[in-house]
Design a protein around this ligand. Structure first.
Ligand SMILES: *[C@@H]1O[C@H](CO)[C@@H](O)[C@H](O)[C@H]1NC(C)=O
Ligand SMILES: *[C@@H]1O[C@H](CO)[C@@H](O)[C@H](O)[C@H]1NC(C)=O
Length: 483
């Protein structure tokens, strides 16, 4: 009778303990298995707040095991969506800046699984348009955006998660994006084997590359702790994006400040329109379509110093792109590559030949021959500008091919990719959160639980054995006593 009750308890204990330890054991096995088929994906959201619009990108990667650089999934298209008008336009009405982004936040919410929102980081990085307004205006706009982000359901921890980045950061992130997509950001690849990056936006221009010797100026360190680190030369020229440069070059052709008409060699022959020059919408611009004259005006605007060998635009330090290094172009480079019918790459010489032809064409026939293109009138200038950036500003051999692809495989080459990689590699996997499923601390905890279960199981076994032995002895004693 006594014996059977004890036996039942023993069986129950054994079962419970076995169950507890098998759960933990299962977790550990799952956590240690390198190719878990149900590998969970983690997400990150980054907003590119540019001068003419805001675009959101949703990147994803296999959830990290430790605090390391995530491996972004770049085998498929990255979801993106944009709205027109830069956030800097809210300078007189800053409280509307945050709510203006809700449409894009909702787009991101449609991609990230809802149970993962609270640990999915959301970043906003603003560029040239915001650099041009006052610090007070910037702060008011960013405060409104931070408030909206905090209420969005995404993970938004620090003011720095929504901020204006410097031109150097923008250049460095663009460099990372392109080299990452070319599979050159890794341990085995020496920095000198990476590619140089030129990016020409609307308001600013960036150039970035690894220099064999540390550059004395314009140096930026990019460190991916578990991969590699790079010393980059990078410079951002505010005012040398194609829209700002075009306006300055038109201005240079104005003979008398009171003139209501200007003749510009940077527009197609017999182009004739107002609403072209941002300094005065009423100014009538007449095109003369002379690429060589336009190139000379651009060179003047670049304020090059022929006596300085290590200088570029405005006399700024520029060491030259190392010989043999491949060059990528983004922004205007991509638009020019497409418009002038090149496939993926072009040289300054080949570009200038086509541009020369195009600019000297009559505006009326150009309009007839091209499908609707809201930037058609600026194509002549941008072609000349890009060719002059290459040959005059950055002294690239005029026959060197510049690669100008907007996408590599299916992924848009854009600095946000570099920014996301860099921000995530500096963001620790914090114990107790889900963004780091293989976190070391959790693994240690699982080990501890197993150890405790096994230990308690052993204690129970010992205790029960002692009890059983004691009970049996007593039974035997009773039998003796009866006998
Ligand atoms: C440009 O257009 C305006 C308005 O249509 C016209 O009056 C003017 O004569 C034109 N100028 C040239 C040089 O074609
Ligand atoms: C590019 O090719 C298209 C189609 O053949 C042609 O219509 C267009 O004029 C070309 N563009 C230039 C700038 O040569």
């Amino acid at each position: 009778m006594h014996l059977s009750v004890v036996g039942l308890f023993f069986a129950l204990f054994t079962l419970t303990c076995a169950q507890i330890s098998s759960i933990n054991y299962g977790r550990i096995v799952q956590n240690l298995s390198p190719q878990d088929p149900s590998q969970k994906m983690c997400y990150g959201v980054v907003f590119d707040a540019g001068s003419s619009g805001t675009r959101v990108y949703v990147y994803k990667w296999e959830c990290r095991k430790t605090s390391s650089t995530p491996r972004l999934q770049v085998s498929e298209q990255i979801p993106e969506k944009s709205i027109r008008g830069g956030i800097s336009k809210f300078s007189s009405n800053p409280n509307a800046a945050g709510p203006s982004l809700i449409e894009l936040i909702n787009f991101a919410k449609g991609i990230v699984p809802s149970e993962q929102l609270s640990w999915t980081p959301i970043f906003l990085r603003a560029t040239a348009g915001m650099r041009l307004i006052t610090p007070d205006q910037q702060a008011a706009i960013l405060d409104s955006i931070r408030k909206t982000f905090r209420e969005s359901g995404f993970r938004f921890e620090d003011e720095g998660w929504a901020r204006v980045i410097t031109g150097q950061e923008e250049g460095a992130y663009g460099w990372v994006a392109s080299n990452y997509l070319h599979d050159l950001i890794k341990k085995q690849v020496d920095g000198t084997k990476t590619r140089a990056m030129m990016e020409c936006g609307g308001a600013s221009l960036q150039i970035t590359f690894v220099q064999p010797q540390d550059p004395p100026k314009n140096k930026i360190n990019i460190n991916f702790p578990d991969i590699n680190q790079y010393v980059l030369y990078t410079h951002s020229y505010l005012g040398y994006g194609q829209d700002q440069a075009r306006n300055e070059v038109i201005k240079a052709s104005i003979v008398n400040p009171n003139d209501d008409t200007v003749i510009s060699p940077c527009y197609n022959k017999n182009f004739n329109s107002t609403n072209v020059f941002s300094g005065n919408p009423n100014l009538r611009v007449i095109g003369s379509g002379d690429a060589t004259k336009c190139a000379a005006l651009i060179k003047d605007y670049m304020k090059l110093d022929p006596a300085c060998k290590d200088c570029s635009i405005g006399g700024n330090y520029y060491p030259g792109i190392p010989e043999g290094m491949s060059i990528d172009g983004l922004g205007s480079f991509v638009f020019v590559n497409q418009f002038y019918n090149f496939t993926d790459s072009f040289s300054a010489n080949a570009l200038f030949a086509r541009v020369n032809d195009f600019c000297s064409s009559e505006w009326s026939s150009v309009q007839r021959d091209h499908k609707v293109d809201e930037f058609l009138s600026t194509r002549c200038f941008s072609g000349i500008y890009v060719s002059q950036l290459l040959t005059s500003a950055f002294r690239v051999d005029p026959d060197t091919a510049i690669s100008a692809r907007s996408k590599i495989k299916d992924v848009t080459v854009v600095w946000t990719l570099g920014s996301m990689l860099f921000d995530m590699s500096t963001l620790r996997c914090s114990p107790g959160t889900e963004d780091c499923i293989y976190d070391d601390d959790r693994y240690k905890k699982a080990l501890l639980y197993t150890f405790i279960s096994v230990l308690s199981f052993a204690i129970v076994v010992v205790v029960l054995t002692v009890i059983i032995v004691a009970v049996r002895r007593r039974q035997r004693q009773r039998m003796y006593n009866r006998v």
